[in-house]
Design a protein around this ligand. Structure first.
Ligand SMILES: Cc1ncc(COP(=O)(O)O)c(C=O)c1O
Length: 339
């Protein structure tokens, strides 16, 4: 977000910038969902709601978990927050005390992953589950935000579905931000054990209270309405992924794996570390590379160190093909100019 803000600032100052740092689809929210939001305003759905989400929305979420993940949740096992981020935050606030990472409390999974785009196969989840079954005190938080953005017929599964014996200690987190192109509406949700859901609700009730009433109405329409645009969007993202991976792998010094999902690629720039820029600087790490790319060619990406795995960088390909081609040509030029 900091890098996107910097790119926006440079753009406003007149620089020719291509931002590949944003973590959101470039598609608009579907028209039926936008209309549901407008209707909610006009119908006066503009007051406080139940602090962790309207019952109609909780029912829609139960329906989604059943339909798409084969998971049974009652409405009192569902919580709705202002985005997936708040769900994760509430869950940790409700459960974690100082020193807990030493005494493992949670295993947090995120598949497909931000930043790498990698996704766990059913086999991977099976192996993880087998370990977890031996450690009954460890809870599992799975961030499934990119569930619908998987390619090449990848068979998406979430862990409570793969191992029902983990259901009682799994928090399954999801949201409408990415699949429904609703990042600005701020609706995320989770299904999990009732006691945990209640504790998370208590935190929310006393902090931000209910997620936006209008956004809740829109999210009900998103989850209950037509879903056909989701695979269409995914197909567009797949084509962009292939374009970017193919172009980046032609750039000297870069190596880019082809990830299973999300809208990110996470190339290694190990081959560029130690090189010198035309202005005489040295690329000592991925942050230097990212800064050089922004200064020399106006391409904004995020350095891998920010995510904990370096020397890499993250590219979001949630932008037009023309812009992606231009960006890859600029990256190529920047890399070839290094000595
Ligand atoms: C893996 C993952 N989880 C959660 C979020 C946050 O989603 P929301 O915008 O609904 O808070 C993001 C946003 O980038 C994400 O990449």
């Amino acid at each position: 977000m900091a890098i996107t803000a910097l790119a926006t600032e440079l753009k406003a100052a007149g620089r020719d910038i291509i931002a590949l740092s944003q973590g959101e689809p470039d598609f608009d929210t579907p028209p039926n969902v936008r209309e549901a939001g407008i209707r909610a305003i006009q119908n006066g759905e503009t007051r406080y709601t139940v602090f962790d989400g309207r019952i109609e929305l909780k029912r829609a979420i139960c329906g989604k978990f059943k339909r798409e993940n084969g998971l049974d949740y009652e409405t009192n096992q569902i919580t709705v927050s202002s985005g997936g981020k708040q769900v994760l935050y509430n869950a940790l606030c409700a459960t974690v005390s100082p020193g807990d990472e030493a005494k493992t409390k949670w295993l947090i999974l995120n598949s497909p992953s931000n930043p790498s785009g990698a996704a766990y196969t059913e086999r991977d989840l099976r192996d993880i589950a087998d370990v977890l079954l031996k450690h009954e005190h460890v809870w599992v938080m799975t961030d499934d935000m990119y569930e619908h953005l998987v390619y090449d017929e990848f068979d998406y599964k979430t862990i409570a579905q793969v191992e029902p014996r983990l259901y009682e200690r799994t928090l399954t987190v999801n949201g409408v931000s990415k699949a429904y192109c609703m990042t600005g509406w701020r609706i995320g949700y989770a299904g999990g054990p009732q006691k945990l859901i209640k504790a998370m609700g208590a935190i929310q009730s006393n902090s931000t209270a209910n997620p936006c009433s209008i956004s809740q109405a829109a999210a009900i329409e998103a989850l209950n309405g037509p879903q056909d645009f989701i695979p269409r969007n995914a197909q567009v993202f797949k084509e962009r992924r292939d374009l970017v991976v193919d172009l980046l792998n032609k750039v000297p010094g870069l190596h880019c794996p082809r990830p299973e999902g999300a809208f990110y690629v996470y190339p290694s720039c190990a081959g560029l570390i130690g090189k010198r820029t035309p202005k005489g600087g040295t690329i000592a790490n991925d942050e230097d590379f990212v800064r050089y790319l922004l200064e020399a060619e106006g391409v904004a990406v995020v350095h891998g160190e920010a995510f904990g795995l370096a020397p890499h960088f993250r590219i979001s390909y949630a932008t037009s093909t023309d812009e992606l081609r231009d960006a890859c040509a600029r990256i190529d030029r920047a890399c070839r100019a290094l000595q």
